[in-house]
Design a protein. Structure first.
Length: 233
């Protein structure tokens, strides 16, 4: 009874806290000075209508590289902890597991229809991230969602983890190489002005930001797919 009362008390305190936040909330009618400066400078210096992508892949691109490195370490840690190993006697753990129950016909049919559309949508998000809502992180997450649906529809399907690992490593190396090119041919590491900025709002614009977005999407998608594959074993 005491434990139940403490839980109810904790929930009531959280409800009061969030109620206070909701009551005191007022929508800002103008941007803060920092946000206003970003909105003013990005079209001139980076030539991208998507302010968020411009910040992540231009002004704070080095931070984005660190975030991707953290995701890589997460994928590597999950692989070490949950990776399929070899048991005593030379047999793998997956070989001794019970047969996987196949998915229903509805799930299989839905996956056949939706998976290609999901991958096309992911490619659109990644490639247009510099001119519309989206980017590499979002597109990579959509890729992983499509692969998750595929694994739900085909439980016995095995991803080529080695290929995914090589692909994400290559994407990471190319990402850093673009950054080094900024040091050599522009004014700093990951400076997007290595390539011409082009016309504002055009598909071929914003310098190296579209390239970085594609590399980021490939790297994030591969890492999330490896994590999903490890968790289902």
């Amino acid at each position: 009874m005491m434990r139940r009362g403490s839980i109810v008390f904790a929930i009531a305190m959280l409800a009061l806290l969030f109620a206070g936040l909701a009551i005191d909330y007022t929508e800002r009618e103008s941007l803060r000075p920092l946000a206003e400066s970003y909105v003013r400078l990005l079209p001139q210096e980076v030539a991208t209508p998507n302010v968020i992508t411009g910040i992540l892949l231009a002004y704070r691109a080095f931070d984005t590289l660190g975030e991707v490195a953290v995701l890589f370490m997460v994928a590597a840690g999950v692989g070490l902890v949950l990776g399929g190993g070899v048991m005593r006697g030379g047999t793998s753990a997956a070989a001794d597991a019970e047969p996987v129950r196949p998915a229903s016909e509805l799930v299989q049919t839905g996956a056949k229809i939706l998976c290609p559309l999901i991958m096309i949508f992911a490619a659109y998000i990644i490639m247009n991230g510099h001119i519309s809502a989206g980017g590499g992180f979002q597109g990579g997450a959509v890729i992983a969602s499509g692969i998750t649906l595929l694994l739900l529809a085909q439980p016995d399907y095995r991803l080529d983890v080695n290929f995914l690992s090589i692909t994400e490593s290559l994407a990471g190396v190319l990402f850093v190489s673009v950054g080094v090119a900024g040091l050599l041919f522009a004014s700093g590491f990951l400076d997007n002005r290595v390539l011409p900025l082009g016309r504002f709002g055009a598909f071929y614009s914003a310098g190296t930001i579209p390239i970085l977005s594609v590399l980021l999407g490939v790297k994030v998608g591969c890492e999330l797919c490896v994590i999903v594959d490890r968790f289902r074993r």
